[in-house]
Design a protein around this ligand. Structure first.
Ligand SMILES: [Zn+2]
Length: 290
């Protein structure tokens, strides 16, 4: 089964849920990159991913969201780039035991393109291409690019992933803005969907952001007006609440799934969870909507 097989049914298909917040529960220190555990605590990553497969996830995302050179450099892990990405694919394949596809996960570089920052689009493209090459040669089934807010950065990521002949899913994060939605960089959902398709994404989507699953349904409606590509959605476990200066996500599985029902009705074909979602969220999601 490939991703197109999963998407061909009448029912939605299912991605996994959060990795970062699950690793924090298992001892990842705040401030440490989650990718560090691919090397120093692979059994923890494996445990989280096995729980998602048990819950019914059909696509596992590798623990490589911050595995590009620019992000790893700031974490002091630049020289571990190849090892971190390769190991992450091995762990996800072990967890899947052939029951789930393995998606190479790419997130933002954390750098801004000129004139807001010092990097060119070409610099970002090279960083994404380098990571995607390791993921592809390690045997991922597809790529999932997430949590993007800048069209130039996500465009560079999509083009880089396209080089390897695998399906590419690309997702941006939206915030509520006066009854509508915008990314941090001011991009609207319809413009995002159009640009992602033009860059060559096979699936376009939305994840994370300061919005609830119900609000994500509104983003999906907007995206579908602008593209025929399958749309996917991975909301957080509700809007973040600030506790002791950091964001926490507390929406329980039942309410998460109620919101996701609306996301599915809005036409999203591939459903999963972002920050704060757990194997319990995915289990109930699969049971109710699968
Ligand atoms: Zn998130």
């Amino acid at each position: 089964m490939d991703i197109w097989g999963l998407l061909s049914g009448d029912r939605p298909a299912f991605l996994d849920g959060a990795m970062g917040t699950e690793l924090i529960k298992r001892g990842l220190r705040l401030g440490d990159p989650p990718e560090l555990l691919n090397l120093e605590g692979p059994e923890k990553v494996l445990e989280v991913q096995r729980a998602y497969v048990e819950a019914g996830a059909q696509v596992l995302l590798t623990n490589t969201f911050g595995g590009n050179r620019l992000k790893l450099r700031r974490a002091g892990m630049e020289e571990k780039l190849e090892e971190v990405n390769r190991k992450a694919v091995e762990i996800a394949k072990e967890a899947s035991e052939g029951r789930a596809l393995v998606a190479g996960n790419l997130g933002p570089t954390g750098e801004f393109v000129e004139p807001y920052g010092t990097f060119s689009e070409e610099d970002l493209y090279r960083a994404f291409r380098e990571q995607a090459e390791v993921l592809a040669s390690s045997g991922v089934d597809l790529f999932v690019i997430e949590t993007m807010s800048d069209l130039r950065e996500v465009g560079a990521a999509v083009r880089a992933c396209r080089e390897f002949g695998l399906p590419v899913a690309a997702s941006m994060s939206f915030e509520p803005a006066g009854g509508q939605f915008r990314t941090m960089m001011g991009v609207k959902p319809q413009d995002a969907a159009r640009a992602l398709e033009e860059a060559g994404a096979d699936m376009v989507g939305t994840n994370c952001g300061g919005i609830s699953p119900e609000e994500i349904a509104g983003v999906v409606v907007e995206m579908r007006k602008a593209t025929e590509r399958p749309v996917f959605a991975e909301p957080n476990a509700g809007r973040p609440k600030l506790v002791d200066g950091r964001a926490v996500y507390t929406l329980p599985p039942e309410e998460f799934v109620e919101g996701m029902r609306k996301v599915a009705e809005a036409g999203a074909k591939l459903l999963g969870g972002c920050c704060g979602t757990t194997p319990e969220h995915i289990r109930l999601l699969v049971r109710k909507l699968g």
